[in-house]
Ligand binder design. Structure first.
Ligand code: HEM
Length: 503
């Protein structure tokens, strides 16, 4: 029909496709970045593609990110885009199941639980959980034997998923959740997680077993958290540093306290928000460190310099210490540049929006209109690996962040000069603006509130692993698997390790 019907010139160009309803779903689903770069070649920074009947307008580059992430929530709605996926998993009356103003209040409640004081208490706990895991888990038998020459191996995603849930539950989620992890909680999590996939996003109501399991798991998990809350109130137990304790003391602006089911559902939402994002980032980081042992050695030397006692022992880091470790910091930052866990950030258009001429068709000075009912999509990952912005864009090079003369600083300066605009990226500092070319945590009103926690969790667990182990990569570096909600390393993702020589 595209060939016959004259195209409305105010609409963004539609990506060519053969199959009417399915549209570009296969190309987008298999490799969204490749698809977006190819579309940019053909259509420019703004185009619409068809995804199982939905019309999705993509706006690329820092300006495109700004359009979606800085858009007014009245016109561009996250809840309309996501609620059918998230509400069955998180539960009623939280996040995208409520009007945006209410969720914004809920985000503030969560921030109280992520206070510096709480974060400070977490470093030691994470370190301890990781050390215990190394001493106990079957993947680390070679380490446990005390052999220094022998190499063992593990599936990096499997190990990082376990370490992430152990450390998140020991810290944010609270003691009761940590204690039940070895029992039924892990199974509940797994069933719930099976309902948080791109299929659930695309087809909200399928008569599949996984949907039924998701619903059963949600009901049980919600009840489990509510039982904990009841017990805490009955016994007056105090868990001052965890999130549930923080949420129990909050009230909305109109004075209404948070009911137990809302606290339970916020806790589930945080569990889901932090689990795959952190475990994927941790996995990619370890894969890179295994591929480039000289970078792992640089982290090790940084650890020895700050915390070593000279005999292979280390003192535990503090929260303040972690913020002052440029090598460790740059490794996480650079990993998130190449492998941001979330590739597509979507909003649903509630009232028609105009794409500014600088973005839509700059050479023709034309504006596009995105009609009501469309989706808009930002893909910060494209700007993060755009060779027009970054030098050696595809290379994992943490030094670009720590060297004031380095590639990141230069790339940003050149980008600013070329575009005649001032974006304050600073040295090592990255703009949190909605038009930054580096946005692994999103931007604007929906920006991530878990960033500090994620850095602390990842920084501590990597430092703890590097203190004890050396890594190497036995095979080729894994490609991205985009078939999951979060971009994961494809199988095989095996890393080899041995006990570190302390000399
Ligand atoms: C939002 C990434 C860890 C809680 C977001 C968004 C991104 C993101 C891209 C924006 C989504 C959008 O605009 O639609 C990440 C990454 C993480 C991470 C890369 C780790 C490496 C966490 C953790 C938590 C968390 C650990 C909780 C403790 C949230 C919340 C939002 C959010 C509550 C707000 C959603 C909204 O306002 O719509 N995150 N996240 N995230 N994240 Fe994270």
């Amino acid at each position: 029909w595209q060939l016959i019907a004259p195209r409305d010139p105010s609409l963004p160009p539609v990506v060519f496709h053969w199959l009417p309803f399915i549209g570009s779903a296969p190309s987008y689903g298999n490799d969204p970045l490749k698809f977006f770069f190819e579309c940019r070649e053909k259509y420019g920074e703004v185009f619409t593609f068809i995804l199982f009947g939905r019309k999705v307008t993509v706006t690329l580059g820092p300006k495109g990110n700004n359009f979606v992430l800085g858009g007014k929530s009245l016109s561009l709605s996250a809840e309309d885009a996501y609620t059918h996926l998230t509400t069955p998993v998180f539960g009623k009356d939280v996040v995208y199941d409520v009007p945006n103003e209410v969720f914004m209040e809920q985000k503030k409640f969560v921030k109280v639980g992520l206070s510096t004081e709480n974060l400070r208490a977490y470093v030691g706990m994470i370190d301890q959980e990781v050390q215990e895991f190394l001493r106990r888990d079957a993947s680390f038998q070679v380490f446990q034997k005390n052999a220094t020459e022998e190499w063992g191996s593990f599936d990096v995603l499997k190990v990082l998923s376990e370490i992430t849930i152990l450390t998140a539950s020991r810290t944010l989620q609270g003691k009761e959740i940590r204690d039940s992890l070895d029992k039924h909680f892990a199974d509940l999590f797994s069933d719930l997680d099976g309902g948080f996939t791109p299929i659930n996003f695309l087809f909200p109501n399928l008569p599949l077993e996984s949907y039924r399991k998701r619903d059963v798991a949600h009901a049980k998990m919600s009840q489990f958290y509510q039982d904990i809350l009841r017990k805490r109130k009955e016994t007056g137990s105090e868990y001052e540093h965890d999130m549930m304790a923080a949420l129990m003391n909050q009230a909305y602006r109109n004075g209404r306290p948070l009911p137990d089911h809302e606290i339970a559902h916020i806790m589930i939402a945080l569990l889901m928000a932090g689990q795959h994002t952190s475990s994927a980032t941790g996995s990619w980081t370890l894969l890179h460190l295994a591929e480039k042992p000289e970078v792992a050695d640089a982290i090790y030397r940084e650890q020895v310099e700050h915390f070593g006692s000279g005999d292979g022992h280390f003192r535990t880091m503090t929260y303040e210490d972690i913020k002052k470790l440029p090598v460790l910091d740059s490794i996480i930052r650079e990993t998130l540049r190449l492998h941001p866990p979330i590739h597509s950030i979507m909003r649903k258009v509630r009232e028609e929006v105009i794409v500014p001429p600088t973005l839509s068709a700059p050479s023709e000075n034309r504006t596009f209109v995105v009609p009501k009912g469309y989706y808009v999509l930002a893909c910060p990952a494209v700007a993060q690996v755009d060779p027009r912005i970054w030098r050696n864009a595809d290379t994992w090079d943490p030094t670009r962040w720590s060297d004031p003369e380095g590639a990141a600083a230069k790339a940003f300066t050149e980008y600013n000069d070329e575009h005649g605009e001032k974006v304050d990226f600073g040295f090592g500092l990255v703009s949190k603006g909605t038009d930054s070319p580096y946005q692994p945590f999103g931007a604007g009103r929906h920006r991530c509130i878990g960033e500090q926690f994620a850095y602390l969790q990842l920084g501590t667990l990597i430092a703890t692993l590097i203190r004890s182990l050396e890594f190497r990569l036995p095979g080729p570096f894994p490609a991205h698997n985009y078939h999951t909600m979060i971009t994961l390393p494809k199988d095989p993702r095996i890393v080899q390790y041995r006990r570190r020589h302390h000399d």
